[in-house]
Write a protein that binds this ligand. Structure first.
Ligand code: UD1
Length: 441
C-alpha cells in the first residue's frame, strides 16, 4: 500500500493537518482479535459521522481516519485466527506477515524484521498494539526505534490494555507488558490496578487513560448473537423437554481452558490440575476446548486416559457419559461465538486465561483461576495445587451471581480510546505548528 501526503515531523506529529490521520493496528494472536475489533468499529463509525457531515465534499474529509490492519500471523490456524475474523466482523488484514510459531526470540525477531518494512512503507501517524502477546511487544519495539526521515519523524505508539502486572517475570507476557508500556506514548488502562501500577513505575500521568476494557465491548456487542450458536446441541448439553421442540433446558456443565506453559508444559503440573478436577467431573461434565499447545502435550505426556478419550477424536458428546462419571469432553479450539455461548451458560468456569477471568466477571459466572498469580485482580479464586483447586471449586459452585460489573465495563471503551487519540493527535499537531520554523512548515 502506498503512503500518501507529507511525512510527520517529530514524535508522531504531522507538519500539516491537510492529510488524514493514518492509524495502523497490529493483531497477531487469538486474544488480540476481540480487543481490536471494537476499536476498528469505532474508527469506522467516526469516519461515517464525518462523511455524513461533509457529504457535499468531493474529496475525502481530512478529519477521517485511514486505518490499516496488520496481522503478524503469530496464530495462523483457522480455529485460532480465521474464525475470529468472521465472528467478530473484522476486516481482512491489509498486511499479513505470515510469521507463525517459533521460540520467543525467533518469533519476536521475525515479526520485528517484517514489521519494520511495513512501517517504513506505510509511515503511519499512530501504531496501535493491544494486549501482551509477542506480537504486541515486537511491533511496539520497532515503532519506538523507527525514524521516517532525517527530521526523526516517527509514529505515536498506543498500547491498549496497559498497566496490568502479575509481578511474575517468569511469565513471557509480563515482560511483554512492562516493555510495551515503557515505549508507548498513550496508555489505555482497563482497570484501576493498571493506573496504580503505571504511576508506581513513573509513567507520566498525562500518557495514561483509564477507558475500560475493549474485550468487554466485544462481549457486550456479541452476547445476544452468541445465543444463535448450536454448540450446546452439538455437545449434547441442551435437552428437548416439550413435544415438538416446545421447550428445552440446558444441562449443568463446567467449562475448562488450559494453555499456560507453566500448567501444561510440565507433566506433573498438568496431572495435578486434572486430579484437582476429578471431584467436579463426578458432579457434571467438563467441556474442555483444547488449545493447540495443550493438544500436543496431552499426546506427548500420554494423558488421554485421564481425559476419558483417546485424544485423537477431539469432538466429544456429553450424552455419552450417561450416569457414569461425567468426565471431560474435549473439543477443538472454538470460535468466539461458540465459546461465548458456552461461557454464558456454564455453571462454573475453570481457566488459566486472563481474558476469561474478565469475561466471566462481567457475565457473573463463577470462575476458578488455575494460576499462582494474576495480573487482573478482578479474579475471585486462584491457585494450582489439587486441594486449592478443589476448595476453590467447592466455594465457587455454591456462589450466586456476582456482586457487579467492574468500573467502565459499559461497552464504550473503544469510543473513549478513539476520542483520546484524535484529541492527542490534533493537540500535538497544533503545538507542533507553532514550533516548526517557517521554512519547514
Ligand atoms: C499466545 C500468547 C499468550 C496467549 C495465547 C492465547 C505469547 C508469549 N503468548 O500463547 O499470552 O494467552 O497466545 O492462545 O505471545 N499453534 C498452533 N496454531 C496456531 C498457533 C499456535 O498450532 O494458530 C501452536 C504451535 O505449536 C505453537 C504453540 O501453539 O508453537 C504456541 O503458540 P504461541 O503463539 O507461541 O503461544 P501461545 O501458547 O498460543
Amino acid at each position: 500500500m502506498s503512503h500518501d501526503g507529507k511525512v510527520l515531523s517529530g514524535r508522531g506529529i504531522r507538519r500539516s493537518q491537510a492529510r488524514n490521520m493514518k492509524v495502523l493496528t497490529v493483531v497477531g494472536a487469538r486474544p488480540n482479535f476481540m480487543k481490536a475489533a471494537p476499536i476498528i468499529a469505532a474508527i469506522n463509525e467516526h469516519n461515517e459521522r464525518i462523511l455524513a457531515k461533509f457529504a457535499d465534499r468531493r474529496e475525502r474529509p481530512a478529519e477521517t481516519i485511514r486505518h490499516i490492519l496488520v496481522h503478524t500471523g503469530q496464530h495462523y490456524d483457522d480455529l485460532m485466527s480465521g474464525s475470529f475474523f468472521s465472528d467478530l466482523k473484522l476486516p481482512k488484514p491489509d498486511v499479513h506477515l505470515g510469521v507463525g510459531s517459533g521460540s520467543h526470540a525467533v518469533q519476536t525477531a521475525e515479526i520485528m524484521k517484517k514489521f519494520e518494512e511495513v512501517l517504513l512503507g506505510e509511515k503511519p501517524d499512530v501504531v496501535m498494539v493491544v494486549g501482551d502477546v509477542n506480537s504486541t511487544l515486537a511491533c511496539a519495539l520497532v515503532a519506538a526505534k523507527i525514524t521516517f526521515d532525517s527530521a526523526g519523524s516517527r509514529p505515536l505508539i498506543v498500547h491498549v490494555e496497559a498497566g496490568l502486572r502479575s509481578f511474575d517475570r517468569s511469565m513471557p507476557e509480563e515482560i511483554n507488558r512492562i516493555l510495551t508500556d515503557h515505549v508507548s506514548e498513550l496508555l489505555f488502562v482497563t482497570e484501576e490496578s493498571g493506573l496504580q501500577n503505571l504511576r508506581n513505575e513513573g509513567v507520566p500521568p498525562d500518557r495514561i487513560h483509564f477507558v475500560g476494557n475493549t474485550m468487554i465491548d466485544s462481549l457486550l456487542a456479541f452476547k445476544e448473537k452468541a445465543e444463535a450458536s448450536i454448540i450446546l446441541e452439538e455437545l449434547g448439553l441442551r435437552t428437548q423437554t416439550g413435544k415438538k421442540g416446545a421447550g428445552n433446558s440446558i444441562n449443568r456443565y463446567a467449562l475448562l481452558t488450559l494453555h499456560r506453559p507453566t500448567n501444561v508444559d510440565n507433566r506433573e503440573a498438568f496431572l495435578n490440575i486434572l486430579a484437582g478436577l476429578e471431584e467436579l467431573a463426578t458432579d457434571c461434565p467438563i467441556v474442555f476446548p483444547v488449545h493447540p499447545r495443550t493438544q500436543r502435550r496431552i499426546k506427548e505426556f500420554g494423558l488421554e486416559s485421564h481425559l476419558g478419550t483417546n485424544g485423537t477424536k477431539i469432538k466429544g458428546d456429553a450424552r455419552d457419559s450417561g450416569n457414569r462419571r461425567h468426565g471431560i469432553i474435549l473439543t477443538d479450539p472454538l470460535g468466539y461465538l461458540d465459546f461465548l455461548c458456552l461461557m454464558k451458560h456454564a455453571r462454573l468456569v475453570v481457566t488459566d486465561s486472563g481474558g476469561i477471568q474478565e469475561e466471566t466477571t462481567c457475565l457473573g459466572i463463577p470462575c476458578v483461576t488455575v494460576r499462582e498469580n494474576t495480573e487482573r485482580p478482578v479474579t475471585v479464586e486462584s491457585g494450582t495445587e489439587i486441594e486449592c483447586i478443589n476448595d476453590a471449586i467447592r466455594r465457587q459452585k455454591v456462589r450466586r451471581a456476582s456482586g457487579g460489573v467492574p468500573k467502565k465495563c459499559d461497552g464504550q471503551a473503544a469510543t473513549r480510546i478513539v476520542d483520546v487519540f484524535i484529541r492527542t493527535y490534533h493537540e500535538k499537531a497544533l503545538s507542533r505548528q507553532s514550533l516548526i520554523p517557517q521554512t519547514c512548515a
